[in-house]
Design a protein around this ligand. Sequence first.
Ligand SMILES: Nc1ncnc2c1ncn2[C@@H]1O[C@H](COP(=O)(O)OP(=O)(O)O)[C@@H](O)[C@H]1O
Ligand SMILES: N[C@@H](CCOP(=O)(O)O)C(=O)O
Length: 338
Amino acid sequence: MVHQKRIQIRVPSSSSNIGPGFDVLGVTLSLYLTLTIDILPKHHELSNYNKDITLTYSGEGSSHVPSSIHQNLITKTALYVLASNDIHGFPSPMIIHVNNEIPFGRGLGSSGAAVVAGVMLGNVAGELGLTKDRLLDYCLMIERHPDNVTAALMGGFVASYLRELDPKDIEAPVIPHSETLEREIPDNNEDKAKDGQEELIPIVPKGIGHYIRLNWAKEIKAITIVPQFEVATATARDALPPTYDRQDVVFNLQRLAVLTTALSQSPPDADLIFQAMQDKIHQPYRKHLIPGLSEILSSVKPTSHPGLLGICLSGAGPTILALATNHFDKISDTITKY
Ligand SMILES: Nc1ncnc2c1ncn2[C@@H]1O[C@H](COP(=O)(O)OP(=O)(O)O)[C@@H](O)[C@H]1O
Ligand SMILES: N[C@@H](CCOP(=O)(O)O)C(=O)O
């Protein structure tokens, strides 16, 4: 009898920022990235597979996602976690099947979910036994804004920050930053190490990420209106200014503090939430990337759309997130028409 170990990893999509909470707030949504991993016994006859590591895809992105384990964001993240723990490759033979429901480049945390799935894959493949907090450290070495990875890893509605790091810990070229996707993790790091010319993998600092789970009132549902075009998060981050006026920062801080509690209260107060979801830190600078965004944000309101609580860009866009208690179809129909 052939023994094999099958492991499943399921990671949710997320909507980050939620108005004023740029790089702070994230909430999980019900689209999932699922990995099914079969670690086969060494003697198993690989008649159907021509490589020791097989990576297959179905769902979103399957036609164009990189199939090389050194280029694919999930597997190169896992290889980074393994290499950081002195394990230079996956146990083989191994089959990794990815089923992805999260559309790419829409502001629904596809890359955050891929990073979380990759870190979890590295953890199980290397039998590392890392705690969730330690998994978060690895995620944050790769995706430096904590909002979507923390929500995807911890689940629910989450506020997070990361502690300031020494540049030497975060600038090593071997770290597979999710927003510079072209880099590969060298697979021969061990040989290079013997020759004394390796890219050294810095020890991942402990306790990078800090988070708190927030309450979310049961009446509040999330509607996402997902355009058919992509906006890469890297492009949307490049559109942001390097510095801000104090009044804009204060505008967001005031609303963020109110919003985290306003979203926990039953029944939700539409007027309070709508005002508290206004933002001056990221949406104004991303409007040119998302046709119709300005009009949607200025004209779809609780007064014109009963049931609506608030509206904002989901993550870096272009998806629009509307929070509402009822009349979901009417609200989404209006936004779709812009
Ligand atoms: N399931 C996945 N498998 C491999 N790569 C992925 C996956 N999901 C996302 N990515 C990578 O992340 C990119 C999208 O990341 P990003 O621009 O941050 O958008 P998003 O808002 O969807 O996170 C994709 O183009 C792809 O390169
Ligand atoms: N805070 C980040 C969130 C990016 O989320 P994504 O879902 O678009 O990857 C940002 O706004 O840049």
